[in-house]
Design a binder for this molecule. Structure first.
Ligand SMILES: C[S@@+](CC[C@H](N)C(=O)[O-])C[C@H]1O[C@@H](n2cnc3c(N)ncnc32)[C@H](O)[C@@H]1O
Length: 229
């Protein structure tokens, strides 16, 4: 009998998923959420910042008409060459490549429906990437997922952006998917996905921001600080 994989058991059968961590850098629950989300959204144009081995890109490619995949590593387009016909690769620091791409797409009136931010997750880099995204005037609903929102430097980056200054930002949830302990050693929290929603019409109310995982994260950070020698 073929062994059953608990993670891939409910993945769409038409896609050959591989949950090897050296292939897809997300927790199983994050992978499931990304599939469910894009399966329903089916964006015309998607952007991924941080592609690496292409784990999340395969989902974006499958459910979007067109994908722009940005990564600072020049190996990425070579590694994934010929795999996805609807993906265009852009190599460079997203601080430089993302604003240029967004400007060009806006000029073309392209309907950007989905952005996955999963590149450099330092506080400053996250702030800069989000600031570039918030300059967009969306044509239709734009869903932004930010990976690693449970990683404190990334979370601080997300929180230090002035989201309210963007009239099109209608919602922000820091823990759409709650993260947990990092698998990579050390008392560090990681993973987790934040979601922001931009709409074409300006907001007429205060921005709704929430962080339902905050008590858990605070408690974990407090426990680690208290246990430190
Ligand atoms: C965690 S991996 C992405 C994993 C991928 N999204 C997945 O789910 O399998 C982060 C990627 O971001 C890229 N990266 C790091 N800093 C970057 C930057 N400043 N601009 C663009 N890409 C960057 C790295 O080269 C790496 O491939």
């Amino acid at each position: 009998m073929t062994p059953i994989n608990t993670i891939t058991a409910f993945f769409p059968s038409e896609i050959n998923f591989n949950t090897d961590p050296g292939f897809w850098n997300m927790m199983p629950v994050e992978q499931m959420a990304l599939i469910y989300f894009l399966q329903n959204l089916k964006p015309k144009v998607s952007i991924e910042i941080g592609t690496q081995f292409g784990g999340s890109l395969q989902v974006l490619s499958h459910f979007s008409s067109k994908v722009y995949a940005l990564d600072i590593d020049p190996e990425v387009p070579l590694r994934l060459k010929g795999k996805y016909s609807n993906v265009e690769y852009l190599v460079g620091d997203s601080f430089q490549t993302l604003p240029v791409l967004l400007e060009n797409l806006q000029k073309e009136n392209a309907e950007i429906g989905f952005i996955l931010l999963d590149g450099n997750c330092s506080t400053e880099a996250v702030k800069k990437d989000i600031a570039s995204i918030l300059k967009i005037k969306p044509i239709g609903p734009l869903y932004i997922l930010i990976h690693n929102s449970f990683y404190p430097p990334c979370r601080i980056g997300i929180c230090s952006v002035n989201w309210s200054s963007c009239p099109y930002a209608h919602a922000l949830e820091l823990d759409y998917i709650m993260g947990g302990m990092s698998l990579f050693g050390g008392p560090l929290m990681g993973a987790g996905i934040a979601m922001a929603i931009l709409l074409p019409s300006p907001r007429e109310h205060n921005l709704q921001a929430s962080a339902w995982g905050e008590p858990t994260l605070s408690e974990l950070l407090y426990s680690f600080a208290a246990a430190a020698p």
